[in-house]
Design a binder for this molecule. Structure first.
Ligand SMILES: NC(=O)c1ccc[n+]([C@@H]2O[C@H](COP(=O)([O-])OP(=O)(O)OC[C@H]3O[C@@H](n4cnc5c(N)ncnc54)[C@H](O)[C@@H]3O)[C@@H](O)[C@H]2O)c1
Length: 284
């Protein structure tokens, strides 16, 4: 199956990034947000990002216009009916995602694949609320999606080989490097990454070192491009907490038990870059 028309549901950090990636690689994209204003804002942000790339000489005016013209915004789920692939990228909450998969299953054509960009949740749970569990899988992009080359293609027990092949081919067509992984919380990257990020918060909370010294140490000592606390701010502290909670629920490994300081910051609405305040301050 060849994927030409892609629906994206969710207008957050990841939904916008995946939309840009898909449109730039020649796919028609339908962006769906619950509110028309948010969908329009996503298209406006995409136009701004493309304009910057034209300024920097990375795209021509004609290419930028062609990419923009491939994207439509909507608040109506029914406008996804003709998509070959719909990627869900809404809040990391299993209840919300299951409801969405139920609705998508009713409105999208029978041959379409439904995929989740979840970071940790069990994809089989989403597959089993549909009448097409063989056509449901995970497609986990990384943040920021236009820059990060990896896509984890997640295979729940129910997925067919055709589905996994078609989604891997889509990821390659987007210029990404797909890897296949079983449907286990955290897949490959987050299962390895989040104990590290959690322990960085623990280290800060214990007073072992300051925020800046923890980040400086991991950049200089391990050659990581960002420190762990800056990375948590980029991912979003709410999303990070949901990831740790899902990992802990599945494995009961104390390394996955979220450090209390992280939970308190989420309660306080300090979610990182998206609220301009997290471990670092982004107001300036
Ligand atoms: N942030 C990351 O680094 C990252 C990386 C890879 C994957 N993900 C995954 O991508 C998904 C989206 O994360 P994000 O970082 O873009 O989050 P975000 O907070 O930026 O956006 C979440 C989106 O979900 C929508 N939403 C919230 N409640 C909803 C509801 N009840 N029904 C429908 N939509 C609702 C919001 O309007 C928003 O558009 C999550 O599953 C997350 O785990 C995130």
């Amino acid at each position: 199956m060849t994927i030409k028309r892609v629906g994206i549901v969710g207008s957050g950090i990841m939904g916008s990034g995946i939309a840009e990636v898909a449109a730039k690689s020649g796919h028609d994209v339908v962006l769906r947000s619950r509110k028309r204003d948010s969908a329009d804002a996503m298209v406006a942000a995409l136009a701004k990002s493309l304009a910057k790339q034209v300024e920097r000489g990375k795209l021509t005016d004609d290419e930028s216009t062609a990419i923009r013209d491939r994207v439509t915004a909507t608040a109506n789920l029914h406008e996804l009916a003709d998509c070959d692939l719909v990627i869900e990228s809404v809040v990391e909450d299993l209840g919300v995602k299951k409801e969405l998969f139920k609705e998508l299953d009713l409105v999208v054509k029978d041959s379409a694949i439904l995929a989740s960009n979840t970071s940790t949740l069990a994809v089989v749970e989403m597959a089993m609320v549909t009448d097409r569990p063989d056509k449901v899988c995970g497609v986990h992009f990384f943040n920021p999606a236009p820059m990060m080359s990896l896509v984890e293609v997640v295979r729940p027990l129910t997925a067919s080989d055709e589905t996994i092949d078609a989604v891997s081919a889509f990821a390659s067509a987007c210029g990404k490097d797909p890897v296949e992984v079983k449907d286990r919380a955290g897949f490959i990257v987050n299962a390895l990454l989040f104990p590290y990020l959690n322990n960085a918060v623990r280290m800060l909370e214990n007073g072992t070192a300051s925020r800046d010294d923890i980040d400086t140490a991991m950049k200089g000592g391990c050659n990581f491009p960002m420190g762990p606390l800056a990375l948590l701010d980029l991912v979003g502290l709410d999303t990070s907490l949901s990831i740790l909670d899902a990992l802990y629920d599945e494995f009961r490994d104390p390394n996955y038990a979220a450090v209390p300081a992280l939970r308190r910051m989420v309660t306080a609405g300090q979610l990182g870059r998206k609220t301009k305040s997290g471990f670092f301050d982004y107001n300036r």
